[in-house]
Design a protein around this ligand. Structure first.
Ligand SMILES: Nc1ncnc2c1ncn2[C@@H]1O[C@H](COP(=O)(O)OP(=O)(O)OP(=O)(O)O)[C@@H](O)[C@H]1O
Length: 240
């Protein structure tokens, strides 16, 4: 497997809590890999580690062949956080153009990214005047505009309508087909079904690393929601 992200023996503590506990996983290049798990299970913490903004207590995280956080990775990774991280006093288009310029890309790239997230009609609006869902899409436009090798998306479709969610997922799939590795967290099972691989985390421990079909088979259910419940309960029994 050509690996984009390799995590070995990762331990992360936040406050007094061990959030990731000897965590191992590998994400194949050019895949859409879904990060699933209950609220507070450690998904955002793992993403923060991959993009190199999280202090780690132990373990190694290798991203596109370099240690996570290496300067060489900065222009290769796009990161969408849960809280929009763009300029509220600029318009959508100005934000996209600014982020495009950081990658030495021009106006066309910026306008394409704005179109991809369905915001062409709001391109001249100040980000401060957008709805929450629109703001999140404007942030997504800025994360994808540089055509990164690795795209890390923390719940990118929260608050979006079903048609737009479908279009965004089609776009993630197209990016992966073009070679981008997409690591995406979600709570939505129909989105999980669209991933090549799934990582299921519970309380900082990886309890499944498989294709959606493999997860269903291992859990004895054709329904992914039920499959995850089965795996979580089986894991609880072992831990008890
Ligand atoms: N800044 C912080 N200081 C201390 N603990 C934190 C901090 N941020 C998160 N945590 C804790 O780390 C754990 C994992 O949080 P994380 O945000 O990674 O979970 P998550 O799976 O992404 O959750 P969600 O699905 O709700 O976004 C939680 O117990 C949380 O309370």
């Amino acid at each position: 497997m050509d690996t984009a992200i390799e995590v070995t023996g990762l331990v992360v503590r936040r406050g007094k809590k061990t959030v990731l506990d000897h965590f191992d996983c590998a994400v194949p290049r050019g895949s859409v890999t879904g990060l699933l798990g209950p609220s507070g299970s450690g998904k955002t913490t793992l993403m923060r580690t991959v993009v190199g903004v999280q202090v780690v207590a132990a373990g190694t995280v290798t991203v596109l062949g370099s240690p996570a956080g290496s300067p060489v990775l900065r222009s290769k990774i796009g990161y969408l956080t849960q809280a929009p991280s763009i300029y509220a006093d600029l318009t959508v288009r100005e934000n996209a153009r600014y982020f495009a310029s950081l990658y030495r890309l021009g106006r066309d790239a910026a306008d394409n990214a704005v179109e991809t997230v369905g915001l062409t009609g709001a391109a001249n609006q100040l980000v401060a005047d957008l709805s929450g869902g629109q703001r999140s899409r404007a942030s997504l436009a800025c994360a994808i505009v540089g055509r990164p090798e690795l795209l890390v998306l923390d719940e990118p479709t929260v608050g979006q309508d079903p048609v737009l969610r479908d279009e965004l997922w089609a776009h993630f799939r197209r990016m992966a087909a073009d070679g981008t590795t997409v690591l995406v967290s979600s709570h939505v099972m129909d989105e999980a079904n669209r991933c090549d691989r799934l990582l299921l985390i519970r309380e900082g421990v990886l309890i499944a690393d498989d294709t959606p079909a493999g997860v269903k088979k291992a859990a004895g259910s054709d329904d992914l929601d039920q499959a995850f419940l089965n795996l979580i309960r089986a894991h609880e029994k072992v831990a008890a």
